[in-house]
Design a protein around this ligand. Structure first.
Ligand code: COA
Length: 333
């Protein structure tokens, strides 16, 4: 049996540009809220909203194309596309649509649904295919249009979310493994704290056979429980991951958490002892974009030259499931 394993490198990033902005002031005309309440409780000042012609396919495709180009590759070089999303264009999966959109004809493509942990879980999944030698060039896309799943009359949730798409390229690396460690966790017993559940009534079909007749409901959340969960689990999972990577918080150049709430970022960074200037935050501009939030933030920091090749990044995604995870990696070839 071939025991050889291969290293992973993180070689490109991209993100889609969404033109339409929804400000906190505009939110006050949608629900009974205020700019002051939203900014002080969450740090969010505006969010981007997909236009009616946008889709996971178009926005995810744009992010993927950019990431592939920045890695110096062509779509035809891609072996695998993993799409992290909870808001696909097609419940059977949208990764294949992105494959077609970008012309990555050789790539196999599939979706992973793990809400706000989806990008980290997908990155870890991609790494397994590279480490085993199965694939060399993989695109991981995080794309969500939470505006599709939002109850726009519920002020407890609708002010938090936005739409977006980001992507990275991961490649086989002959000179070491840049994924230093990872952790993934799930706790389904707390699923009711945050979900967009399928709700149905039974409808008679024929004879004594009944079917489920229903639809997916908008995001429902117990904000306080989710907040408590996040400020406990995120530092914990990062501490474990750093330990397994054999490094300390002093070695982390950038902490990139799922952009859920500035207070969660601040609490996690404080517990880890990571100063604010090394914490990536773009939530004032984007709100919570679910699986897209980490790759969008990463791409913005790469494109503005803040994240450089060789930098050590500590990523953590957390949210519905409940689920949470972390990845410690070195950026670049
Ligand atoms: N505007 C104005 N008031 C609002 C409001 C809004 N958008 N949303 C809720 N309120 C009100 C509530 O009705 C409540 O009023 P009451 O005391 O008169 O009943 C008050 O504000 C406090 O509500 P509460 O839900 O206790 O607020 P909170 O301090 O817990 O903050 C969150 C709410 C959502 C900001 C906070 O719980 C949080 O960040 N949770 C984590 C959410 C998250 O990140 N989810 C995604 C994870 S992936």
């Amino acid at each position: 049996m071939n025991q050889q394993t291969y290293g992973v490198a993180f070689t490109g990033s991209g993100s889609a540009k969404l033109e339409t902005v929804l400000t906190n002031e505009q939110m006050t005309r949608v629900v009974d809220t205020s700019d002051e309440w939203i900014t002080t409780r969450t740090g969010i000042r505006q969010r981007h909203i997909a236009n009616v012609t946008d889709s996971i396919r178009s926005l995810g495709g744009e992010a993927a194309r950019q990431a592939i180009a920045s890695a110096g590759l062509e779509p035809a070089d891609i072996d695998l596309i993993i799409l992290a999303t909870s808001t696909p264009d097609d419940l059977f999966g949208s990764a294949c649509q992105i494959q077609h959109e970008i012309g990555a004809a050789r790539a196999v493509a599939f979706d992973i649904t793990a809400a706000c942990s989806g990008f980290v879980f997908s990155l870890v999944t991609a790494a397994q295919f590279i480490r085993t030698g199965a694939y060399q060039n993989i695109v991981v896309v995080g794309a969500d249009l939470l505006s599709r799943l939002t109850d726009w009359s519920d002020r407890r949730t609708c002010v938090l979310f936005g739409d977006g798409a980001g992507a990275i390229v991961m490649q086989r690396c002959e000179t070491g493994d840049r994924l230093l460690s990872f952790e993934m966790h799930s706790d389904g017993s707390k699923n009711d704290c945050l979900n967009a559940a399928y709700k149905h009534e039974s409808a008679p079909l024929v004879d004594d056979i009944t079917i489920q007749n229903g639809q997916f409901t908008p995001v429902d959340m117990n904000g306080r429980e989710v907040y408590r969960f996040a400020v406990k689990r995120v530092p914990e999972v990062l501490e474990k991951s750093l330990f397994h990577a054999g490094i300390s918080t002093d070695d982390v150049d950038w902490l990139i958490l799922h952009q859920a709430n500035q207070r969660i970022l601040d609490a996690a960074a404080q517990r880890l002892g990571i100063p604010a200037e090394r914490v990536v935050s773009n939530m004032a501009n984007h709100g919570n974009t679910d699986a897209a939030s980490i790759p969008i933030a990463l791409d913005e920091w790469v494109r503005t030259g803040k994240i450089k090749a060789g930098d050590t990044l500590a990523l953590s995604g957390f949210g519905a499931g409940l689920s949470w995870g972390a990845a410690i990696l070195k950026w670049g070839q």
